[in-house]
Design a protein around this ligand. Structure first.
Ligand code: AMP
Length: 287
């Protein structure tokens, strides 16, 4: 696996692979890799001739007072894990390399960013779109891989790519969980022992919400109650919206999504539900 820190280095690696006729899969991450990231890398490896993984903690998607400075980082370990999952190139640029000067035109996420994390984290998805635009251009990827764990991000990027005719296909990866149901996340490391014991309640709550939907009830109260009764965290949101539009009164496919602030960790999780079919038919692995 080739470790690359500069845009020029990446371009030259990409040009060589393209000259060899290989298709390129791309997995963008913020590092501190875990099984969720590795499953995306493995999926990319089965569908492409070569795979590029990026690790870049993107300052543009963090708001003032958020965890940019203390976001967990372990590049040597990330390099080992990415290679073991089958990555061929590992792109880890510095912020200066990615943003050498102030950007002159803005990209602003639209209606899909009005709810959920877009509401709680103003500007977050603008920053995400900024970095993925650059990374899509730099990697020239045929396919890019994103996890359902970040369902709003996935929906926004899929539409962005479609609306602006980016020559890349977005591929979805199922949420990978710990054995007790907690969605894997780099931020889980911020949890205290007690919070770590409470955190599986998010997924339990989502599953109770799914039961409520099946019985024709609004799932939001059941989800809120379970989280309030079983964790010390503060609910940021519990929402039941259409997917991928992320608007009220879902009919076809819906997302049931939660964000909970624990002491240092803000955790998010979600389930996709297919309302016209038996919602039980929906699970994390299905799209
Ligand atoms: P991050 O490093 O948190 O920015 O995540 C990089 C990519 O990995 C994003 O597409 C995430 O949705 C995806 N991802 C993060 N956690 C998981 C997980 N538990 N299961 C599946 N994909 C994940």
């Amino acid at each position: 696996m080739k470790v690359i820190e500069t845009k020029a280095g990446l371009k030259s690696w990409v040009n060589k692979r393209k000259a060899e006729g290989l298709t390129l899969g791309f997995v963008p991450t913020m590092g501190f890799l875990h099984e969720g990231h590795l499953s995306l890398i493995r999926q990319a490896k089965t569908e492409n001739g070569a795979v590029i993984v990026s690790v870049f903690v993107n300052p543009a998607q963090f708001g003032p007072g958020e965890d940019f400075d203390r976001y967990p980082r372990d590049l040597p370990k990330d390099i080992r894990l990415a290679e073991s999952a089958g990555a061929d190139a590992f792109f880890a640029p510095s912020p200066k390399e990615m943003y050498p000067s102030e950007i002159g035109a803005v990209i602003r996420a639209g209606r899909q960013a009005e709810r959920l994390c877009g509401k709680s984290r103003p500007g977050h998805f603008d920053g995400v779109l900024k970095v993925v635009t650059k990374l899509f251009h730099l990697t020239g990827a045929d396919r890019a891989y994103f996890g359902q764990k970040d369902a709003q991000q996935l929906a926004i990027i899929e539409k962005f790519v479609q609306d602006y005719d980016f020559p890349v296909t977005i591929r979805r990866g199922a949420t990978v969980r710990e054995e007790d149901g907690l969605a894997k996340s780099s931020r889980n490391i911020y949890l205290s022992d007690r919070e770590r014991m409470e955190a599986p309640a998010l997924y339990e709550a989502l599953k109770l919400g799914r039961e409520a939907v099946l019985e024709g009830r609004d799932p939001v109260p059941a989800v809120r109650r379970h989280i309030e009764n079983n964790t010390s965290g503060t609910i940021d949101y519990v929402e039941f919206l259409s997917y991928p539009e992320l608007q009220e009164k879902p009919e076809g496919t819906a997302v049931l999504a939660v964000a909970v602030q624990f002491g240092k960790a803000r955790l998010i999780d979600n389930l996709l539900l297919h309302l016209k079919e038996n919602p039980h038919a929906s699970n994390d692995a299905e799209f």
